[in-house]
Design a protein around this ligand. Structure first.
Ligand SMILES: *Cc1c(COP(=O)(O)O)cnc(C)c1O
Length: 361
């Protein structure tokens, strides 16, 4: 079997060893004569997976003891609603609109209660940047400030977070979770759907500072309360056993490769190769994204015409390079280079793109 080069934005490529472990263990999990898919979420076999996955998160992210780690369902999109439902507590929350996902989060909060725009990534009619910390107009009484750390579709990313003082910082890290070490203590709540950087679709990771659990209102149905999930150790109802198991396999790989520090070194190397390509031929590869806001995970760029973009996607597929078509809302080319994408893939893509330019530029 030859693995295809997969730059899809999500669900995205997974580390080969994580898939191989799943294959080896698939029919008979640790000598139990059952697949992990068939085990009770309350049984001993799954309990080992659950505990190991939590321990790996704790170790790799150095999660302080006053934070709770939750495994939830409904994707990051469910968090867009659950965050305000649980944390607004009758106040108004601040949101930064940096495009698609950040905007959806803001809109959900407006349905739930009061939300206010504290910053934008829009310049003219395009989202080309993330605001600098000094540009964020924070309401000191806000219930929280919500940001999206990496804008998967726009190709922008925060490289510096604002200091929000007593206002908890809430962050959607779906597409750059675990791309580098983070200081969890700077955040009130972090959430991330697994299917971009740490696993398959089906589980969402939430890290919440314990004191914020006190805000959760009794008027909320129990199933939507963070307190229910925290008190039940994410086992209040049937957890998606297999996605958590796959996250475990991915985190084992992250650890074996050297942890978030090693991920960051590699991710920066990959981004350097890709942005060198763009900067080296600005007439052919054009990006609207401001330099300081460039995403390490999802570089986006345009070619001189839409026809050339279509042709590039088609020619790439002939070379078994998949997933480079930009999101339909912004067009162009997007090369998603999550942790599991090896640097060799990026080199292959860059060579392919240079050759494409030579032929069509
Ligand atoms: C993909 C993505 C989402 C949506 O995730 P779902 O799991 O489909 O709800 C939200 N935020 C960001 C930053 C994303 O990249």
């Amino acid at each position: 079997m030859t693995r295809s080069i997969n730059f899809s934005a999500g669900p995205a490529t997974l580390p080969l060893p994580a898939l191989e472990t799943a294959r080896e263990e698939f029919l008979d999990f640790e000598g139990t004569g059952m697949s992990i898919l068939e085990h009770s979420h309350r049984g001993k076999a799954y309990a080992r997976v659950h505990e190991e996955t939590k321990a790996l998160f704790q170790e790799l992210l150095q999660i302080p003891s006053n934070y709770r780690l939750l495994f939830m369902q409904g994707g990051a999109s469910a968090q867009f609603a659950l965050v305000p439902m649980n944390l607004l507590a009758g106040k108004s929350a601040d949101y930064v609109d940096t495009g698609t996902w950040a905007k959806k989060a803001y809109q959900e909060a407006q349905i739930v209660g009061k939300a206010r725009l504290a910053g934008t990534g829009k310049v003219g009619d395009k989202y080309t940047r993330v605001p600098k910390p000094s540009e964020i107009d924070l309401d000191p009484n806000a219930a929280y400030l919500h940001l999206c750390s990496n804008n998967t579709i726009m190709g922008t990313q925060y490289h510096e977070y604002p200091d929000t003082g007593d206002v908890p910082l809430v962050c959607d890290m779906s597409s750059d979770f675990m791309w580098r070490p983070i200081d969890v203590s700077k955040f009130g709540l972090i959430y991330a759907g697994a299917q971009k950087n740490i696993g398959p679709a089906g589980v969402t990771i939430v890290i919440i500072r314990e004191d914020l659990l006190e805000r959760v209102p009794d008027t909320l149905p129990k199933i939507f309360r963070y307190t229910t999930v925290a008190e039940g150790d994410s086992l209040h109802n049937t957890i998606p056993v297999f996605p958590v198991y796959m996250v475990r396999n991915v985190l084992r790989w992250v650890k074996a490769e050297g942890g978030p520090e090693a991920m960051e070194r590699r991710n920066r190397e990959k981004a350097q190769l890709l942005y060198d390509l763009i900067d080296g031929s600005p007439d052919f590869f054009r990006t609207h994204v401001e330099k300081e806001s460039r995403s390490v995970m999802n570089p986006v760029f345009r070619l001189p015409t839409e026809e050339l973009e279509k042709l590039m996607v088609a020619e790439a597929e002939k070379e078994r390079i998949f997933g480079i078509k930009g999101h339909r809302s912004v067009g162009g080319i997007r090369v998603s280079m999550y942790n599991a994408a090896p640097i060799e893939w990026v080199k292959t893509f860059v060579d392919f793109a240079r050759e494409f330019q030579r032929k069509h530029g």
